[in-house]
Design a protein around this ligand. Structure first.
Ligand code: SUD
Ligand code: ADP
Length: 284
């Protein structure tokens, strides 16, 4: 079975609070983009394995693709009459790791959905999302896959229809960041998000690339990595309607009105040694 796992960007991300268990409450507009990891699943065998191509990831249960097999098989054994099977996964990694592009989460969601289809859909989408949340806060979004307003720590997902088709240039600056470390470094008192959130037309307004891009995690990361502000400025000079860091970084994206402008910006930015640049589009 062959699966494609798309990356995502956070068009805006507000941190609205902190739970007693340390996780943060968010309000984020998320959309998948057309950059894909490719996974090939071979069913059967004595034990589940993962082999990664294109990057150096752990190959044990901490690999989110393999973790998804364990979570799925445990639920299958406990909640249905079906017999779990071991799975050998080949993962061709295209999404930069630790970039705020959700690659690991998307790999996990793709495996959960793929195994669910293989076994004849024993779980509905709601149950799959609950299994996904065990693997990571971002994983339920990828189960649904459509543009969404995401709240809670990532488990409340409301489809959002107000996103226009847009072209996106994503710049990975050559280093990844740890999501946990970025949240730890956040000064919640400075975000004052609840007040700012009032300005977004949640119910039926449409998204504006010039007004609504925002990321509460950006200031803290930007203090340590000034290259992010540099990337944003260069994207805007090259014609982006707006630019922001995605998720907990390190990647920065710019939104463009058309594919020709996005492609021109990519050609310029990828001259920079160490940067990996993608010209892609929102999967609206
Ligand atoms: C920030 C976001 C925004 O979309 O994306 P990324 O930048 O990671 O892609 C997500 O909330 C990340 O989701 P995900 O990457 O699945 O996070 P997890 O593995 O569940 O959590 C890693 C660590 O980040 C912190 N964390 C994560 C999510 C959240 N809502 N609050 C948190 O405080 C916690 O310290 C947690 O231990
Ligand atoms: N299949 C996977 N793909 C990417 N990262 C993975 C995977 N499995 C585990 N990880 C771990 O997850 C962390 C980053 O995940 P990733 O989804 O790439 O970044 P982000 O959370 O910033 O979007 C890294 O520490 C990486 O080792």
């Amino acid at each position: 079975m062959e699966l494609l796992a798309p990356a995502k960007i956070n068009l805006f991300l507000y941190v609205t609070g902190r739970r007693p268990d340390g996780y943060h409450e968010l309000c984020s507009l998320m959309c998948a983009v057309a950059i894909y990891d490719r996974l090939v699943l071979r069913m059967g065998g004595a034990r589940s394995t993962v082999a990664c191509h294109g990057c150096d990831l752990p190959l044990d249960g901490t690999n989110l693709a393999l973790g998804a097999v364990t979570v799925f098989n445990a639920a299958l054994a406990a909640e249905t009459q079906r017999r779990p099977e071991q799975v050998a996964i080949r993962l061709d990694k295209k999404i930069p790791v630790g970039a705020g592009l959700g690659g690991g989460s998307s790999d996990a969601a793709a495996v959960l959905k793929g195994l669910n289809a293989y076994h004849g859909h024993p779980f509905d989408e709601g149950r799959l999302c609950a299994l996904a949340l065990v693997l990571g806060a971002d994983v339920p979004f990828f189960i649904r896959g459509r543009p969404a307003l995401v709240t809670g720590i990532g488990e409340r997902i409301r489809p959002y229809a107000g996103l226009p088709a847009m072209d996106v240039v994503i710049v990975y600056p050559g280093f990844g960041l740890s999501t946990a470390a970025v949240f730890k470094n956040l000064n919640l008192a400075l975000t004052k998000s609840k007040k700012k959130l009032r300005y977004f037309p949640f119910n039926n307004g449409s998204f504006s690339a010039t007004h609504h891009l925002h990321n509460d995690l950006e200031a803290g990361v930007g203090e340590h990595f000034t290259v992010l502000a540099d990337i944003k400025e260069r994207l805007c000079r090259l014609g982006a309607m707006g630019a922001a860091m995605t998720g907990s970084g390190s990647a920065v994206f710019g939104l463009f009105a058309n594919a020709a402008d996005a492609s021109k910006a990519k050609d310029v930015l990828e001259q920079q040694p160490g940067w990996q640049v993608f010209a892609t589009r929102l999967l609206t």
